[in-house]
Design a binder for this molecule. Structure first.
Ligand code: NCD
Ligand code: ZN
Length: 336
């Protein structure tokens, strides 16, 4: 059995720089027509020259495989002139609360002061992508942040807002309430709970921000995604860290899921008996909310099992060592 997807998109992706970029970008380019590129580099992508350099480096790292990097600028105070100049080259601005996750120290420390820039985004019709966590108790951070999303949605009704990588039932409820809000959902948050991360031996490869939540939360995400909510978009949040930064004292947050993203999604949708909804989740919904038309790129999946390698270079991938039922057509993956 094969499945043909029309220009699949990964709407939340960390590709890093240099050697790591060259290692990981080909996995995304092999599966997706494009992706939304996160700007949290060691030095954040917060100017047009840096954004252009980074886009060029990504395209070079993808080699011959066509892949459209939909670029984001790191949220700070921008002038109207800066945003006007950037408008045609970005898919949105990405807002991080200061210090909340990997390389977010330059993020927002005072939400009372973001209104001017956010009003400009609304006026210029530039989407705002948000890492929605407070600095509260780790299991409550997303829930506590929901008030900020509601304030944004009501104060700036024409602004398109994306709640990135939602993990809670309450976030799904907020999504239902506001037409100007969409949300990305990762592969791993559809699969794991806190128990998988820390219920037995600690699993650094599953440690990420936001942390995986309860079975009830995971079920709410699954229900909403598998029933085909039109404003839920696939965003892997694939976030590679070298093994020595994961398997150490002070494990970095991030799950490297790029190599398994589409095959594992196909398996989940098949298990939920809704394979026909996969295409909207990985492409149609994003095109509609972001009003983008990616270049035509059909991607085939086949029902042929393979085993996920233990390591990709210096990085351990999500589901390393496990057997997956679907593979990329023509991928030449070692079959099991
Ligand atoms: C991401 C990273 O490593 O850049 N980590 C993560 O746990 N998801 C940053 C982020 O999206 O929070
Ligand atoms: Zn991320």
């Amino acid at each position: 059995m094969t499945l043909l997807l029309d220009s699949p998109l990964d709407m939340h992706l960390h590709l890093r720089e240099q050697e790591m970029l060259r290692l990981v970008a080909p996995f995304s380019a092999a599966q997706f027509a494009g992706g939304v590129i996160m700007p949290n580099l060691v030095q954040p992508v917060d100017s047009l020259p840096r954004l252009r350099d980074y886009r060029a480096a990504i395209i070079a790292a993808c080699g011959p495989e066509p892949f459209t990097p939909y670029m984001t600028l790191f949220f700070r105070d921008y002038s109207r002139a800066e945003l006007l100049a950037a408008r045609d080259e970005v898919i949105g601005l990405k807002l991080y609360p200061a210090g909340i996750t990997t390389q977010s120290e330059a993020g927002v420390a005072d939400f009372d002061r973001i209104g001017t820039t956010v009003a400009l985004l609304e006026e210029l019709d530039i989407p705002l992508l948000v890492h929605g966590e407070t600095a509260g108790f780790v299991m409550d951070r997303e829930r506590e942040f929901l008030a900020v999303y509601q304030w944004l949605a009501e104060t700036f009704p024409r602004l398109r807002i994306v709640m990135e990588h939602i993990t809670t039932a309450e976030a799904v409820a907020v999504l239902e309430r506001y037409d100007n809000i969409a949300a990305t959902v990762t592969l791993h948050h559809l699969m794991i709970t806190l128990d998988d991360v820390a219920g037995g031996l600690l699993q650094p490869d599953l440690f990420c921000k936001p942390i995986a939540k309860t079975p009830r939360d995971r079920e709410a995400l699954r229900q909403a995604v598998f029933r085909g909510h039109p404003r839920l978009l696939f965003g892997s949040d694939s976030a590679p860290h070298p093994r020595d930064k994961k398997e150490c004292c002070g494990c970095a947050a991030g799950v490297f899921s790029a190599p398994v993203a589409l095959p594992m999604l196909a398996q989940l949708f098949e298990e939920a008996d809704c394979l026909e909804r996969l295409s909207a989740f990985v492409s149609g919904n994003a095109r509609q909310f972001y009003r983008i038309t990616p270049p035509q790129k059909p991607v085939g999946l086949q029902r042929a099992a393979w085993r996920v390698p233990e390591l990709y270079g210096s990085v351990r991938a999500f589901l390393a060592g496990q057997e997956l039922r679907w593979s990329l057509a023509g991928s030449g993956e070692a079959k099991v």
